[in-house]
Write a protein that binds this ligand. Structure first.
Ligand SMILES: NC(=O)C1=CN([C@@H]2O[C@H](COP(=O)(O)OP(=O)(O)OC[C@H]3O[C@@H](n4cnc5c(N)ncnc54)[C@H](O)[C@@H]3O)[C@@H](O)[C@H]2O)C=CC1
Ligand SMILES: O=C(O)CCC(=O)C(=O)O
Length: 395
């Protein structure tokens, strides 16, 4: 039997999230056809045809650079992400990255792994070989944090606890994140200040055009010669060729990242991990739960929470009402035209919400009565309306 909603998954999504889709009304899986929604992690959707049936896309994670967000906005499709849901997992891996770099842990472990002979021989080789892995301690060193969002703030605060000085840069820090950031974190006036002062630099910005290649030849030239760069955000935020060149010339001590590539994965001064930032049971569960709840909210009630391209639109459902969900361009008199059509159909609006963000707007209207197909057709025909659907009253 066809279910009311179909959700196609494009990556392995934690069962703790998937079981929140009620099985009576949801068909969920990799092979779902004509989906109402897509649920993804890192799957790249830029070159994948997205069926016309898709009403919403959820990214169980933070970065949405794998999704054609602008094209979805044009199509009236909200894209959701899960802010903060994997931030602790990433923070912990960044801290691991700090120690990996400061104590040369990976080459040291590799050295130990390759030791041969009996215990006496191994012990002798250990004492002879360990001097090549002498590291440095963190207290008093300066950590530069670029991007003080969910992850950057947690990294900055944790680093203070390790005795590091922290300087941070984020020209668009949110009020919530500013509240959570320790007052001991120094505020950099310019991004250049961070590059100049950091002994260790870590980037926590989204990959957008403005951040592509942000760690550039020019910025690297400002850094201390012993500096280390940590990149657990996205590969493209760092100009890898410039980093490799700085490492080869001895201008940079090391590069630790979550993104192996031909340029870095075998380089003696680079450590790359296989995109493990969010790979903890806890983060996978948090992201999946949040993403599923966001999709259910939109499909079942037209609610918009945590969208990267749509306005927040949350209105409690009036009991017994049918809900109209209209996605429209942000142009004047939309609510007037919708109200007129609904009134002409002899229907009463019990409650109404209209929210806009940039070019796009969402109108939710709770109607005392069933909305006929011809009313939806009239609503869809309004210039500027991208989609209109009616969700029947809940039993
Ligand atoms: N390695 C992994 O598995 C993971 C990687 N990530 C990456 O980390 C990024 C950040 O994640 P969150 O902290 O959760 O996102 P977030 O949205 O909470 O924070 C991003 C911050 O970057 C700031 N920002 C944007 N452009 C900037 C610029 N040019 N200079 C300075 N600050 C700038 C924003 O104002 C915002 O405060 C994600 O977009 C994703 O690419 C996120 C989770 C897991
Ligand atoms: O889902 C993952 O493993 C990657 C997480 C990530 O990169 C993100 O949340 O931006």
């Amino acid at each position: 039997m066809t279910k009311q909603f179909r959700v196609k998954t494009l990556n392995a999504i934690s069962g703790s999230g998937l079981t929140r889709f009620p099985a009576e009304i949801y068909e969920v899986g990799e092979s779902v056809t004509s989906p109402d929604a897509l649920l993804v992690r890192s799957a790249k959707l830029h070159d994948t045809p997205i069926p016309d049936t898709v009403l919403a896309i959820a990214r169980a994670g933070a970065g949405t650079n794998n999704i054609p967000v602008a094209a979805m906005t044009e199509r009236g499709v909200p894209v959701f992400n899960t802010p903060g849901a994997n931030a602790n997992a990433v923070k912990e891996l960044v801290l691991a990255g700090l120690f990996i770099a400061s104590r040369n842990l990976i080459p040291a472990a590799r050295f130990a792994h390759e030791l041969e002979g009996d215990d006496a021989a191994i012990s002798k080789a250990v004492e002879a070989g360990k001097k090549q892995f002498v590291g440095f301690e963190l207290p008093g060193k300066t950590l530069g944090v670029i991007g003080l969002g969910a992850i950057g703030v947690q990294v900055a605060n944790a680093a203070l606890g390790l005795g590091l000085k922290v300087i941070g840069f984020d020209p668009a820090i949110s009020v919530d994140h500013a509240w959570n950031l320790s007052s001991e974190v120094e505020r950099a006036r310019t991004i250049e200040d961070v590059f100049r002062q950091a002994d260790i630099l870590t980037v926590h910005v989204p990959l957008i055009e403005a951040t592509r290649g942000l760690v550039s030849t020019q910025h690297l030239a400002m850094m201390k010669h012993s500096a280390v760069i940590l990149n657990f955000a996205r590969a493209e935020i760092v100009d890898e060729a410039a980093v490799v060149s700085a490492l080869d010339q001895g201008y940079l001590r090391g590069y630790v990242c979550d993104f192996p590539s031909t340029a870095v994965h075998k380089h003696p001064r680079c450590i790359s991990l296989p995109h493990l930032g969010a790979s903890t049971k806890e983060a996978e569960r948090n992201c999946a739960v949040m993403a599923v709840d966001e999709l259910r909210g939109f499909l079942e009630d037209g609610q918009v929470r945590n969208s990267v391209n749509f306005p927040e639109a949350v209105m409690e459902r009036e009991s017994g009402t049918h809900r109209l969900v209209i996605v429209n361009r942000n142009v004047p008199n939309m609510v007037g035209q919708v109200s007129t059509i609904v009134a002409q159909a002899g229907l009463n609006i019990a409650n109404l919400l209209n929210r806009s963000r940039g070019e796009i707007a969402v109108t939710l209207a709770d109607i005392d009565g069933e909305v006929a197909g011809r009313v939806l057709e009239q609503l869809t025909a309004i210039e500027g309306v991208i989609s209109a659907r009616a969700i029947p009253s809940k039993a």
